[in-house]
Design a protein around this ligand. Structure first.
Ligand SMILES: *Cc1c(COP(=O)(O)O)cnc(C)c1O
Length: 384
């Protein structure tokens, strides 16, 4: 994974920093092309997982569209060369300014989550003399079998329109003259590794598709969202998620009508494995019951362990000593600033270089300046 010249290069750099392996990203994109795009599916990349311009450029060139959840992301997508007609804009709390930005650029679709949002969008579109294309984000009430902070498709979640409110929404739509309903949208959660929730989603989507079409609306877009998980335990052996199985499941189970297209919104599964957080060991502490490796990256660079109890694989790149048990912790003044507890890694000394793996998604984008931490710029494999 990290040839010695790359490790030697890391030694010369100011740590911590994010390293992106573009070969991994390109190989991932090829699989998405082979098993998804080639079947006529539309795949939008969720910018919230990673918004590095160089990453976005490759994703755009591979033929993916953009899925945005803020005005800032809509702008970043446009600045990165995505054409407006391939940008979808989701989010439970779009501000007037964000909606106006989307309208100004005539984006492909607003994924809407409530009657109130539809009314605001209708009014703002009217003021610009435009018709906004919309998809209804429906809550399929499917248990995603993932961490509760990243499940989004249950009735108790804040996301989407619940089935019990759907008819009321459909009744309202004909009065909203500046909106054109083009599709339905779902997103049940993230880091989903078990395929059963996706199967349940297909069933619900088919039912709702049928129901809405029977009410006289023509849906051209069936958008099943994202959420496909990656392997955090074995990033080398399983660098690329099984897209053949993933797309194949939807291909066989979603009942598309002649005029309908299947859309996806993938984030983590596209970029998760191409990024690593590279950090240096500052100090070691050998206690009576615990050993600590204190590294120069912290929750400010990668918050997933603190936020979701995520366990990222840790590779020591510069030691081949015998294994020892460590808690690998950061320098931030919070006890949750811990990457892993009690893991067995080669014994480290001050100066050793460590890679925290599978950090390409929801890593650098969630960086913060807490403790007035400064950010080092990221490094790409083609620059080494
Ligand atoms: C976050 C998000 C995605 C992407 O989720 P992943 O788990 O990263 O694939 C897709 N659609 C919506 C609406 C989202 O909020």
């Amino acid at each position: 994974m990290f040839p010695s010249e790359v490790t030697d290069f890391f030694r010369t750099q100011k740590t911590p920093f994010y390293y992106y392996d573009l070969d991994v990203l390109n190989a991932t994109l090829e699989e998405i092309q082979k098993h998804g795009l080639s079947k006529g599916f539309h795949v939008h990349f969720a910018l919230k997982a990673n918004n590095q311009p160089k990453v976005l450029k490759l994703i755009k060139e591979a033929g993916l569209g953009a899925d945005c959840v803020s005005g800032g992301e809509v702008q970043r997508a446009i600045d990165s060369g995505f054409s407006a007609c391939e940008i979808a804009f989701a989010g439970v709390g779009k501000s007037d300014e964000e909606i106006e930005l989307g309208l100004k650029h005539d984006i492909f679709c607003f994924n809407c989550e409530s009657v109130q949002e539809l009314e605001v969008l209708n009014e703002l579109a009217g003021m610009q003399g435009k018709t906004a294309r919309i998809a209804l984000r429906l809550n399929p009430n499917v248990e995603a079998d993932t961490h509760r902070y990243i499940t989004t498709g249950l009735n108790e979640n804040k996301f989407g329109i619940n089935a019990s409110d759907l008819d009321e929404v459909l009744d309202r739509l004909p009065d909203l003259n500046n909106l054109k309903l083009i599709g339905i949208h779902f997103h049940i959660g993230s880091q989903i590794e078990n395929f059963t929730p996706f199967e349940e989603l297909c069933e619900r989507a088919n039912m709702l598709n049928e129901h809405i079409e029977n009410r006289g609306f023509e849906l051209s877009v069936i958008n099943v969202g994202g959420g496909f998980g990656i392997n955090y335990t074995h990033p080398n052996d399983n660098a690329i998620p099984d897209f053949e199985r993933f797309f194949g499941l939807f291909e066989s189970r979603i009942k598309l009508k002649e005029h309908q297209q299947l859309h996806f919104e993938l984030g983590r599964s596209v970029v998760g494995q191409c990024g690593s957080l590279i950090t240096r060991v500052l100090y070691t502490k050998y206690g009576e019951t615990k050993n600590f490796a204190i590294v120069d990256a912290g929750m400010t660079e990668l918050i997933r362990p603190a936020l979701y109890q995520a366990a990222h694989r840790i590779d020591v790149l510069t030691s081949s000593k015998r294994d020892k048990n460590y808690d690998v912790v950061g320098p931030i003044c919070e006890s949750s600033d811990t990457f892993r507890t009690d893991i067995s890694i080669p014994e480290v000394v001050r100066g050793d270089i460590i890679a925290i793996r599978s950090a390409g998604a929801y890593g650098e984008v969630m960086r913060s300046a807490y403790n007035l931490r400064e950010a080092n710029s990221s490094v790409y494999s083609d620059e080494v």
